[in-house]
Ligand binder design. Structure first.
Ligand SMILES: O=C(O)[C@H](O)COP(=O)(O)O
Length: 316
């Protein structure tokens, strides 16, 4: 059986598949040529990340496709319902990248409260006075410890973020329409553990009391944070979006940054991807990353292995 990993797959995933008799192709075929390539090479399993779109057109063009695997969490680039209708199995790896996304959220948070994104851009090549001036302008940083982190969406990634926050000495509040109380156990390297019991907070209350807000929900039809929500927030709040573009209204976000309602934003995903709007790209109070939440060696290894194991058990 031939598998095309069109957006790449870790070597560990490839090796496991090959050891079990699968033929793995790792070429990146352009969207327009994908249907032709799949048919010509008799590919029956297509693996993707977020770049390749598995839409109705592609599914219709590939009648011999039996499985689509998403290396990652979000399935918004796959027409899952239509694939199922055509008898195609669709799989993903819902938990393999949670910790990596959570760590990126913290990279944005720690970077935000100490102005790292701006300091990097502005460090002078020479000149004592410019250095002194920057030292002063970045002289009112904040500690995360003791502050309140509001987490909207409390699935695997939201909970992984919460664990890091609790470990960093933050107070955590969460809102998730599907959950009430959650117990989280933090395990330490020496085998000790601590369990925290968290109660769901009302969304409005979360917006009012949080010093930082991070969103961890799937792709949405409506904004989760727009003008109405920004208006309710504390002055100087920090905002993180490592979930999906379209979850936060970017026009309202830029307005809130300009009025100092929001002090900084950390963004890994954009309403317009892969080319974010220029006002987002150039904004001095936004820390930007190019959709790399799950892009660590560890997460990609776990993803590759999990995909391979699911494929092996499905076809054997
Ligand atoms: O949904 C996901 O798993 C993340 O957004 C990662 O997307 P990527 O696989 O394109 O990096």
């Amino acid at each position: 059986m031939k598998i095309l990993a069109n957006d790449g797959i870790s070597q560990k995933g490839i090796s496991l598949l090959e050891k079990n008799g699968f033929d793995v192709i790792t070429t990146n075929v352009a969207q327009e040529q994908l249907g032709h390539f799949i048919n010509k090479n008799e590919v029956t399993g297509l693996l993707v990340r977020s770049a390749t779109k598995v839409n109705k057109d592609l599914i219709d063009a590939c009648p011999n496709l039996k499985l689509v695997g998403r290396g990652g969490v979000g399935m918004d680039n796959i027409d899952v319902e239509y694939a199922h209708k055509k008898g195609i199995q669709v799989i993903n790896t819902p938990s393999a990248s949670s910790l990596s996304v959570a760590e990126l959220v913290f990279a944005h948070l720690y970077g935000g409260v100490r102005f790292l994104y701006d300091a990097n851009r502005n460090m002078p090549l020479e000149g004592d006075s410019k250095f002194k001036q920057l030292k002063k302008s970045y002289g009112n940083g904040k500690e995360l410890a003791g502050k309140t982190l509001g987490i909207i969406g409390f699935g695997r990634i939201g909970q992984a973020v919460a664990k890091l926050a609790l470990g960093a000495g933050m107070k955590v509040v969460f809102f998730d329409p599907l959950l009430d109380d959650v117990s989280l156990t933090l395990s330490f390297f020496d085998g000790q553990s601590v369990t925290f019991h968290l109660k769901k907070t009302d969304k409005e209350e979360l917006l009012r009391i949080s010093d930082f807000i991070t969103v961890h929900v799937p792709a949405q039809k409506n904004y989760v944070l727009g003008k109405k929500e920004f208006d309710l927030m504390k002055d100087g709040v920090g905002i993180i979006n490592a979930a999906r573009g379209g979850v936060i209204d970017e026009v309202a976000l830029v307005d809130a940054l300009e009025s100092d309602k929001v002090s900084f934003a950390g963004m890994d995903v954009y309403e317009s991807e892969p080319r974010p709007e220029i006002r987002i790209l150039m904004h001095p109070k936004i820390s930007l990353t190019p959709h790399i939440g799950g892009a660590t060696n560890e997460a990609q290894d776990r993803i590759g292995i999990e995909l391979a194991e699911q494929i092996i058990s499905h076809f054997k």
